[in-house]
Write a protein that binds this ligand. Structure first.
Ligand code: AMP
Ligand code: MG
Length: 418
């Protein structure tokens, strides 16, 4: 049996980054940039006002106070998006709005709060009282202050967030080049499975795995395609597994253990290549990996929590690698195990747990305490649902007493989160 690390090394050694594609700005959210983003303009392209107020020559306002304001002639009214009608000369002011171009001649903006319009609206032709002295450059945003023309604002390899999208919008990149999201085929296997909108008859259960898997694919940034249910016979299984080459990745659940009708492994060997089919872990030792027509294939076990944990450990990092991410691992923290845990010594256990911060932990002791999130049967989803982490209990131990310091994989945090 392979260790978890050996199995992951095989998978990640085979998986390759997908090719880049140009997508719309919003589609790029959360993707990895495949090219630098270079600005086609200066941002801002022109000197503009940071305030609603008056554009003035600062020298004119020297000594202005509430008691002895300076009165200037209003010569223009400049809205954002319009151009000044003319320059500001000595003794003059132009009413100006935030974001509007600063007129020639003006070297400062006086904010409207310290002025008083002496005629209706401070409009052109009237006068304005300035009650505060301005200095050269006040409230003027200089052209190119944020981004210079031709500047690289984002680099290949960076992950696009909301601010990156705003930046790309500003610098003329409406279709950024990012690594493509993989199309992931999902197949459930089992004679006992019925659709989620059906009431199970005798001996039947609902196909929940296709849905939890599709949700995990979406959360990992892939595009799920639920191909349906393969019944437990070779012909049916072959028909659906044979579609693997239409996709970037195929994930199946069930049919990979030692039952008489577990045919996935057999079909994989017939149609493609089997790299491994058993990993020394619990839940879910029968983790299967191979290729069909060159498409990576994950045969996850059927028990609902085994499926999800297998996805988390092997498929999620594979999807991230395809998407061009450098960080493939969820954050891990050390925690003090708050309760006794039993296990078999030949396997790594991934117990479903919750982390709590310990206030004022002793020096050298972990800042977290980990407890089980409920009963640990791999057939139960309820403890997986409550889990904020997987508590990793190493091979070689058969009993892990409370107080042991254990490593926990944070399911509640993204890869690359400090
Ligand atoms: P298998 O690995 O096919 O032997 O399945 C192991 C267990 O998981 C059995 O109890 C199955 O009924 C259950 N199971 C398999 N596939 C699914 C599925 N798609 N949704 C929910 N449970 C499943
Ligand atoms: Mg089955």
């Amino acid at each position: 049996m392979l260790s978890v690390e050996e199995a992951r090394a095989i998978v990640l050694g085979r998986i390759e980054r997908l090719e880049p594609e140009s997508v719309t700005l919003l589609e790029s959210l959360g993707c990895v940039l495949a090219a630098d983003v270079v600005s086609d303009i200066a941002v801002s392209p022109f000197d503009n006002s940071a305030m609603d107020g008056y554009a003035v020559q600062a020298a004119d306002t020297a000594g202005a106070t509430d008691e002895s304001p300076v009165v200037l002639r209003v010569v223009d009214h400049i809205a954002a998006g319009s151009m000044p009608q003319g320059p500001v000369g000595p003794g003059e002011a132009s009413r100006i709005m935030t974001g509007a171009p600063v007129p020639a001649g003006a070297d400062a903006i006086v904010m409207v709060e310290v002025t008083e319009s002496l005629e209706e609206g401070g409009s052109t032709g009237g006068t304005v009282a300035i009650r505060r002295a301005a200095t050269h450059g006040d409230h003027i945003r200089k052209a190119g202050e944020d981004v210079a023309l031709g500047e690289t604002v984002l680099h290949a390899g960076e992950v696009v967030n909301a601010a990156s999208i705003g930046l790309m919008a500003a610098v003329g990149t409406p279709m950024p080049l990012v690594y493509r999201r993989p199309h992931v085929a999902i197949v459930s296997t089992g004679d006992e499975l019925v659709a989620v909108d059906a009431k199970p008859g005798p001996g039947q259960i609902r196909n929940s795995n296709s849905y939890s898997l599709a949700a995990q694919v979406i959360a990992a940034g892939g595009i799920p395609h639920m191909l349906g249910i393969a019944r437990d016979n070779e012909a049916d299984t072959r028909a659906l597994l044979g579609r693997a080459p239409e996709f970037d990745l195929m994930v199946t659940t069930g049919g990979v253990s030692m039952g008489d009708f577990d045919v996935v492994k057999t079909v994989l060997e017939q149609m493609g290549k089997l790299d491994f089919w058993k990993v020394a872990m619990r839940p879910g030792a029968p983790q299967t990996y191979g290729t069909i027509g060159g498409t990576p294939f994950f045969g996850l076990p059927g028990n609902p929590t085994s499926t999800m944990v297998g996805f988390e450990l092997f498929v999620r990092p594979a999807i991230r690698k395809m998407r061009g991410f450098a960080s493939l691992d969820r954050p891990r923290v050390w925690a003090t195990l708050a309760e006794h845990a039993k296990k078999k010594s030949d396997r790594r256990y991934f117990m479903r747990g919750v982390l709590n911060r310990v206030e004022g932990a002793e020096h050298g002791a972990p800042d977290y305490e980990a407890r089980l999130s409920g009963r640990q049967s791999s057939a139960m989803l309820s403890s997986m649902h409550r889990a904020g982490c997987l508590i990793s209990l190493p091979e070689g131990l058969s009993s892990v007493p409370a107080g042991t310091i254990v490593e926990c994989i944070r399911l509640d945090q993204e890869e690359g989160t400090p």
